[in-house]
Design a protein around this ligand. Structure first.
Ligand SMILES: *Cc1c(COP(=O)(O)O)cnc(C)c1O
Length: 343
């Protein structure tokens, strides 16, 4: 039995619909990576139900996962490079972030559909404002679908977006005034649309798919339960039990991304202390697991295995039975579930 994502389907879909309809700018759902825990094929089908005209994917390699479920336009977020295996597909919109790449695409012919990414304070991809002038001529060789801005998560970047978009449309005046943005609140995006006198398409992943967390529950199925006496050995490491207790073997291991934390910046003094404390516990061989039994987060008996974990329960806590499910804290963008249970 598996690590399961339980979805309160009606509540989740209500949120998806409300989010999509309430936002004045057009929503472009993003399906990429692990599909935010759902998988990209599932998200493609949901986007089709929502009726959005465009779905964004992260890479060219992800296109085959969403193609069968979504018949509309497909925006590829990773910028096109000369080595990209880009299909010649009328539905595909390329992101271009270097003048040389735009030139190369033009030379290949076929007038591909392109969005031109402008670099922001994020400093990931994009052409510099100073290069905008060289766009005018090249854009004649493609079908221009707009400018793209990928904004940082931290801070307020509404002004930055307005300044960059205004400069871009001033440099290239005779094109559709369409702007693709990320990480702006829908009302801010609507304001931006009126400021630049254009259409704004809001690319959204997390806030859409994971915006109603109460509709999503991750649970691991208990596979086995063993009573262990003080001094007895257990596990790959053959560690000795320091007191009587119960080992609970539960679905959910490293292969699912369970208990693998993405690096996060420990910003505040308190966060740094928590990290030190966690490190200290790791040094003594005890690590708090993301699994809950009887309302409490429990210790790993040893580091998680490939597909399951061993959890330590002190004697006195009533152990679960095989077949029961344990709540597990997961990070949805790094977790691969065995199955989704729609209810
Ligand atoms: C991943 C990505 C998004 C969606 O990000 P979320 O934080 O999940 O909403 C938007 N735009 C670009 C360019 C991305 O790479």
């Amino acid at each position: 039995m598996p690590l399961t994502l339980h979805v309160d389907t009606a509540r989740w879909r209500d949120h998806l619909r409300a989010f999509t309809e309430s936002a004045t700018p057009d929503i472009v759902p993003v399906a990429k990576g692990n599909g935010y825990g759902f998988g990209n094929a599932v998200l493609a089908a949901e986007a089709a139900k929502l009726g959005t005209s465009t779905l964004a994917v992260g890479t060219y390699e992800e296109l085959p996962d969403v193609g069968p479920g979504f018949a509309g336009d497909l925006l590829v977020l990773t910028p096109w490079r000369p080595w990209s295996e880009a299909p010649a597909d009328e539905h595909v919109i390329h992101t271009v972030s270097r003048i040389a790449d735009l030139q190369a695409l033009v030379e290949r012919g076929g007038r591909p559909r392109v969005v031109v990414e402008i670099i922001t304070s994020m400093r990931r991809h994009g052409i510099e404002a100073a290069q905008l002038d060289s766009l005018v001529e090249l854009l004649a060789g493609v079908r221009f679908e707009g400018f793209a801005l990928h904004l940082p998560l931290a801070g307020d970047h509404a002004d930055e977006a307005r300044v960059l978009a205004t400069a871009a449309f001033a440099a290239v005046p005779d094109v559709p005034r369409q702007l693709w943005v990320s990480h702006l609140a829908p009302p801010t995006a609507a304001t931006l649309a009126s400021q630049v006198g254009g259409e704004v398409r809001l690319r959204v992943g997390s806030a859409l798919w994971l915006g109603e967390r109460g509709a999503l529950h991750a649970r691991g199925t208990v596979l086995d339960v063993h009573v262990v006496r003080r001094g007895e050995r257990y596990g790959y490491r053959q560690r000795r039990a320091r007191r009587d207790g119960t080992l609970v073997v539960v679905a959910g291991g490293t292969a699912h991304g369970v208990a693998l934390e993405a690096p996060s910046p420990a910003v505040s003094a308190r966060q740094r202390m928590v990290s030190v404390a966690k490190g200290g516990l790791q040094a003594t061989g005890r690590v708090l697991s993301p699994f809950h039994v009887a309302g409490q987060q429990r210790w790993f008996a040893e580091p998680p295995h490939m597909q399951c974990s061993m959890i330590w329960l002190p004697s006195g806590v009533t152990p679960p039975a095989p077949g029961d499910e344990l709540d597990v804290d997961v990070r949805f963008t790094t977790t691969t579930f065995d199955r989704i249970a729609w209810s």
